[in-house]
Design a protein around this ligand. Sequence first.
Ligand code: PHE
Length: 355
Amino acid sequence: MNNLTTLEQEIFAKFSQLESKESLEKLKIEILGKKGTLSKLFQDLATIDKEKKKEFASQLNILKTRVLEQFSILHTKFEQEEIQKKLENQTIDISLSAPTKPQGKIHPVSQVIDELTCIFAELGFSVAEGPDIENQYNNFTALNTPPNHPARDMHDTFYLDEQKELLMRTHTSPVQIRTMLNEKPPLKIIAPGRTYRCDSDQTHTPMFHQLEGLYVDQNITMADLRGCLDYFLKKFFEVDQIKMRFRPSHFPFTEPSAEVDIGYEIKNGKITIGQGDQWLEILGCGMVHPNVLKNAKVDTKKYQGYAFGVGIDRLAMLKYGINDLRSFFDSDVRWLKHFGFNANDVPTNYRGLSK
Ligand code: PHE
């Protein structure tokens, strides 16, 4: 009896030192295995005389039951601990705060589109869209571009079929047609997007970006166009004054037409936009040609409008000092890390476009 009490104390002392399922299994073999301490005592029963046997056997069974119970308790405990550990290592902790510095960067082209959208929204322009694959009617014919015009030439235009019916749009001007056909004037839209021409060198890529502007209403004049462009360029380059000149030009879809240059100077290798004696061509514009308005079912007796088209990539290069256009589309993550923008710094008019 006494021996069994001591044995029980010894066994439970061992239990209290266990730390894992493995050590529990080991102890189980030590006690209840073939040569285990308790198993041995059961074997010894055979040698004990009858009177004591019954009593001892009953005590032994009680001890065995207690030990088994404790095994089962500890087994469950260790198993739960293991699961808990696994869960801690494997789950995503949704209570963790987001990284303070976002990893991704906004591409300069996306940044400039956002900046331009902010500026023109302030002037009441809304954003319109058109498809990259156009028909030649919207891209050329409706825009008053005669059949033999050089812009239609195979060298400039990516045609998609033998009949030259479908093409990759060569400018965003077809969005003018789509908008005027779909909505009634007054119309005040910008259309940023991808454009395509068969050309490639340091300042030309086969795919590039333009932003089209169109304002159709009553009593619209070239002075309104000038005022709008002056405001946009000052805001965009974040300067108080901008030197700007209109140079007579020709586009089939505007009359009169102009190209706009802005003044700049280079001092100590740094370019300053808006002042200086050098001129930089920046966009094409003019009053929408009456033929275009007619093709788009706008009443030319009542309405007139202005339009402009500006190269988005060119604006990005100038504002952010990037000198090779091709690098825009190389998908080099080191370039993007250097020239890209913080995803949390969304351009706004009141907080600033780029700062
Ligand atoms: N679509 C012309 C171009 O790609 C730009 C332009 C747009 C000119 C609107 C006048 C008016 O060069």
